[in-house]
Design a protein around this ligand. Structure first.
Ligand SMILES: Nc1ncnc2c1ncn2[C@@H]1O[C@H](COP(=O)(O)OP(=O)(O)OP(=O)(O)O)[C@@H](O)[C@H]1O
Ligand SMILES: [Mg+2]
Length: 360
């Protein structure tokens, strides 16, 4: 039966696609993307441990990924929320934090497990905050929200979905010589086409993208902020996914993803260099003006995230509680931090870093 948007696409072909994926254009784009990722990995290694990257970059990814679903939150809210426990969250901030949680938890899971359907279920459950398993009931479809026109109807019946996922899983973990970035692009299409869950498929798929880069050894940490690119190119993203289904147009889809990986890796490398420069500047400033309180750990702590609290210094055993406030206030006096009250909490904002992370 020919494909039709209103009918469940039960004939979704199994992986690998029955054609040559690595065309000359794809291979050229692959080289560029792989080079950018290698540079990112090298730049990330310059960052002192525990600082910024692992805690911060996934948050940018989280914010972008939930924004795709028209849930808008700001980086500032997310970062502030991280500093203040038990603060009232708006739903969008909660979503973004769930996304980050899912990403980091998935990263931990993959140290011991391969990327499987079960891991996908765990990721989806975490990011939706409700138990999510492979669909059992029919009725899931993708429609244009304003016109209600149906764009795509994914396959149906749980056993069929599980078979398709088993094939996806095998492809994701296969040990052949397909380029890992081409594999990522193909697997992402297939995951979205299977659409295993009633909701959260896009976000789960994007978490899996980040995890695949780590799983394939291209990055040590899940720091590639790819959802930013997808967000900004959402009409293309949707059009090209549909292009694979309707026209078997793998090449344009793969090129789109490779280009996104290259662009995002370059952007992220540049951000990391900027953060490193800012840290070097802050180090000179504090060494010069506050030599008595200077330590590398102190600088790293106020760069671990844009909002710091007194307890952050105490937890890292930089200074005991009585002196911690004095240290942070000294950093305010030299213009490194700003003091801000949030309810009963006193926050210290690293404004330059916040701006650097959130500006385009
Ligand atoms: N034509 C298509 N075929 C297959 N998948 C598609 C198509 N168009 C969009 N998608 C995918 O479906 C996702 C939306 O599905 P769903 O609502 O389950 O995910 P979500 O995570 O809740 O939403 P979002 O991705 O918008 O944040 C899109 O992000 C995209 O990945
Ligand atoms: Mg949704």
């Amino acid at each position: 039966m020919p494909w039709s948007p209103e009918l469940p696409y039960n004939d979704l072909p199994l992986l690998p696609p029955n054609r040559d994926l690595e065309t000359v254009r794809v291979l050229k784009a692959c080289v560029a993307a792989r080079t950018a990722i290698a540079k990112l990995e090298g730049t990330a290694a310059l960052m002192p441990n525990s600082v910024v990257l692992v805690r911060t970059l996934p948050l940018l990814e989280a914010q972008a990924s939930v924004e795709i679903e028209n849930i808008v939150t700001t980086h500032d809210q997310i970062f502030r929320r991280l500093a203040v426990e038990g603060s009232q969250d708006d739903p969008a901030t909660k979503e973004a934090l769930n996304y980050r949680h899912a990403l980091l938890e998935g990263h931990v899971a993959l140290r011991d497990l391969p990327l499987t359907t079960r891991v996908a279920e765990a990721i989806c459950s975490r990011l939706r905050s409700i138990d999510s398993a492979v669909r059992r009931i029919p009725g899931t479809r993708l429609a244009n929200p304003s016109t209600e026109e149906v764009i795509y109807t994914p396959p149906e019946v749980e056993s069929h979905l599980r078979d398709l996922l088993a094939n996806w899983e095998k492809f994701v973990n296969a040990d052949d010589d397909l380029d890992p970035l081409v594999r990522l692009a193909v697997a992402h299409y297939q995951f979205e086409a299977i659409h295993p869950f009633t909701d959260g498929n896009g976000r789960t798929g994007r978490v899996i993208n980040s995890l695949m880069l780590v799983d394939r050894g291209l990055l040590t940490q899940p720091i590639l902020y790819l959802s930013r690119y997808i967000l900004r190119r959402r009409p293309d993203y949707y059009r090209l996914l549909l292009g694979v289904t309707r026209d078997d147009n793998w090449e344009d889809w793969i090129l789109f993803m490779l280009d996104g990986i290259r662009e995002t890796a370059d952007w992220t490398s540049a951000k990391i260099v900027e953060v490193l420069d800012l840290m070097a500047w802050a180090t000179d400033l504090v060494k010069g003006q506050l030599p008595k309180i200077y330590s590398r750990e102190l600088i790293e702590t106020v760069f671990a995230r844009p909002y710091s609290r007194i307890s952050d210094l105490v937890e890292r055993e930089i200074v005991h509680r009585q002196a911690a406030a004095r240290y942070l206030k000294a950093l305010v006096s030299v213009g490194l931090l700003e003091e801000q009250r949030s309810g009963r909490d006193l926050l210290f904002v690293n404004r330059r870093m916040l701006e650097l992370l959130t500006e385009e």
